[in-house]
Each structure stands twice: as C-alpha cells, then as structure tokens.
Design a protein around this ligand. Sequence first.
Ligand code: ZN
Ligand code: ZN
Ligand code: ZN
Length: 363
Amino acid sequence: MYQASADFVFTLVYMLLSACLVVPPSEFRSAGLTIQNLLSSWLGSEELHFVQYHIKRTTATIIFHTLIPLGYYIGFGLVCPEYNLFQPWKVSSIWLAYLITSVLVTIIALVIAYYWSRKHWSNHPVSATLGHHDHSWWAVCSNINIEFRRINKFSTGPPSCRVYVTDSWIIRTSAYSVCFAHKQDCHLNILQTVDHALSHESSTGVQILTIEVVSINRNIKPFQIRLNALDFRDLKDKVSMPIVNARNVVIQQTLTDRFLEAFRQQVDGNQRYALPDGAPRPEACIGCLQTPSNVKLVKLCDDPTQGECVQCYCRPMWCLECLCKWWVSRQQQDKPETWLGSRSPCPTCRSKFCLLDVCNIAT
Ligand SMILES: [Zn+2]
Ligand SMILES: [Zn+2]
Ligand SMILES: [Zn+2]
C-alpha cells in the first residue's frame, strides 16, 4: 500500500515540477528557477548579444524539455527500486517502450542541437530566418544586436513571450523560437481582442490584443504578437506605420488617452493665440521633441490680477499632448472627475493655469 502511494506521489510531484519548469510561474521566476537563469553564464547577455542569446536559449530549452521524460524514468527507478527500472531486460514492455522512446527523443534533440551549433550556429532556424533578410545572416544579427541595445526599443509581454520593436525590427520570442520581421517589409493587422476581467498581475480588467505581423518577404512566415491594449499606443508610435484594423476591433484606451480627448475639446473651444509679428516659428515641443509646440498659456479665465491663475510669460515650448500628460501628472490620480476643473503649474515657470488658459497657436 505504501509503495503504491510512493509511485503515485512521485508521478504527481514530477509532473507538477516539470510543468513549473516548462511554464514557470512568477514564483519560480523570482526564485531564479528558469533555464535562462540556470544557464546564464553560457547564454551570455541578452542585452549585448540578443540574437546569440536567443539562439542558445531556444536550443537549451528544447534539450531541457526533451530530457523531462527520461528524467521521470530515472527518478521513478530511484524512488521505487522494486520496479527494477535500471535493469531494462527485466522491466515490462510498456516501461521498455517508454525508455526507448525517451532515450530516442533525447538523442534526436541532441543531434539536432549539435547540427544547429555547427559553423557558429549558422544552421539554427533563427540564423536561417535572418539569412532571408540579407545574404549574410551575420550582418543582420549584428544590426539587430546594436538596435536592441538602444533604450528606445519598445518591449511588452510576459517573460516567456516577449515582443520587441526596435528601430527597424519587430521581434517576438517564445520558448522554442524567435520570429523576426523587418519593419519596412511588413504590415500589421489587428486580429482580435480578448477581455480578461482579472489578470494575475493586476486587479483591474485587461484587454489583450492579438496582432498579426505579415511580411512581404515570402520567406518570412506571418506571426502573431499579443499585447495589453494599454500598450497599443506605444506600439503604434514605435512601428510608425498604420496598423490595419479591418475587423473594427474596439481598443481600450488608457485613462490619459481618454482624458486627452476632453482636454483637446476644451482647448479647441478656447480663444486662439496669434504669434506676435516677427516672432520665430515655435520649435519642437521639449516634451516629445517631435510635434512642433502648438499651445501657449494665456490667462483668460479672469481679470489679470484676479483669481488663482497667474499669467505665464514662457514662449510656446509644449505640444498639446505633452501639456495634457503633464496636466494629468499634477492631478489627484484617484479622482479623474476633478481633472478638467482643476489647475496645474506651468511646466516651465510654475505659474498656475486652468484649462481656460490653454490656447492653440493660430497658424
Ligand atoms: Zn510634445
Ligand atoms: Zn510658464
Ligand atoms: Zn485660469
């Protein structure tokens, strides 16, 4: 009776442990029990050598996962010696078949890994994918590595399935593979959204968007990326190309995005500000460095000497969107209903202003 429960308990524990190693829950990750962590010295730095890191990581993951069945056999043999698993000629045909299969699977994985590693990993599927972008996969690889080191890349997604957008690449990593698409060659289609009432990482609802990346390069298979709808805007800014929404999927907006609409509506209703004659054209906004500065603070809500607001004498330095983000950052975050009616200091001179004092610059 005791032995019957020992093999059952071992099987259960082993299955649980393997599942946790294959799809590590956050507890396992924080304890460092992931392949990336255990093999970190061999894998090298993802930040410095992104492509080489993932070539090695996917190879190691495949080997490691194919070892799990064999590990079970060995572990079972140790825990329950009466099965004589270490004398294969004595075991039942089912165990023998299991043993042969798991050894074969491991050998195949090792042979494939060895083949991939030949000629500085140029046989690996990742190298092959990169080779479809340029005759030398090595050149593409170093280009990706360089771009990945820049801090302006966009990244999102759980650790097991990250999405990165660098200056010219869209990349998705997963356990066994890494997909690459050159931004110039591809277009993005929104496929669907899934709403999760609760996620394990936050207590508010989460909307997950699925986007398909299709490359005109016929050697690059289309792949899907998943991301939180709240990251969609950042993705859009980073890919800098239209994202097709043929199915008219409704995408959740962040609170700031929704507020921006109200902010813009209010400002559009305000008086416009005409630049004085001979004044230079406003330079790029100092917040985003992209949009030209297009708003000026003019105290219009009250007489110049009355009320809480103070006239600001700064030249136009901000765009409406950045000013709105600044505004939001100065508000009570848990009371969005008060945002429209309150005040904020000028980001440059700290003079207080209200929404009635924000003027579009007349062009
Ligand atoms: Zn701006
Ligand atoms: Zn000012
Ligand atoms: Zn005011």
